[in-house]
Design a protein around this ligand. Structure first.
Ligand code: SAM
Length: 206
């Protein structure tokens, strides 16, 4: 089955945050990579497939500007409800991130994908996703990924995954992106199951 708004809306309508298979309160791994970017708190950050992650509040509390994307309006509405007035400053973008980014968004300094890219399995969708990074991210900006590694589970949220190695991420980004840092991390989901991830940070040089 392909990732679709209906699939994800159903999940978010029926599941409280702490029961989601990717729920993560501890953002240490993401912050470890972010802290390698000079002055990252002054950035505009694009979160593809932001879901209902508490990373949104963490980034807002540090002063960053946000573009929040998700294919699920249920997920975005839940975050909007949590934020109240703070949400006014955010650019909300409900669309499939494999399709060209719609409307006008600010120039992006940092792209942070946590467990979204690996749901794209058609080659056209994967290519569309990487085109969006290249069309929205400034030269000198950074792209960060946390994806199921090649040794990870083949499915999540009932969907088949395209799992990643550093080599594949680097190849798809192309030579203008330089690998800054990467590590393996095994996330334990709310049901006690280990989920091996790769974390990677790239800098766009031109
Ligand atoms: C595993 S969750 C991760 C959520 C969030 N990034 C986090 O760290 O908790 C995957 C998220 O990607 C969204 N998603 C899946 N396919 C998508 C697509 N093609 N375009 C945009 N969002 C998508 C889902 O709705 C969901 O919110």
């Amino acid at each position: 089955m392909k990732s679709s708004s209906k699939h994800w809306d159903t999940i978010f309508s029926n599941t409280e945050d702490s029961k989601l298979g990717w729920y993560e309160k501890n953002l240490s791994q993401t912050l470890e990579l972010l802290n390698q970017i000079p002055d990252w708190e002054k950035s505009t950050v694009f979160l593809p497939g932001a879901g209902t992650s508490v990373l949104v509040e963490e980034l807002l509390s540090r002063g960053v500007k946000l573009v929040l994307n998700d294919i699920s309006i249920e997920a975005l509405n839940r975050v909007k409800g949590r934020l109240n007035d703070e949400g006014r400053e955010i650019d909300w973008l409900c669309q499939d991130i494999a399709q060209p980014v719609q409307g006008t968004i600010p120039d992006v300094d940092i792209w942070i994908d946590r467990a979204v890219l690996h749901f794209l399995t058609d080659e056209d969708d994967i290519e569309g996703y990487f085109e969006n990074i290249k069309s929205t991210l400034k030269a000198g900006g950074h792209a960060m990924f946390a994806e199921f590694s090649r040794t990870g589970a083949p499915k999540c949220a009932g969907l088949t995954l395209h799992r990643y190695s550093i080599e594949e991420l680097s190849e798809r980004l192309g030579s203008s992106f330089k690998l800054v840092s990467h590590f393996d991390y095994t996330y334990i989901n709310p049901y006690g199951d280990p989920r091996p991830y790769i974390y990677a940070l790239y800098k766009r040089e031109n």
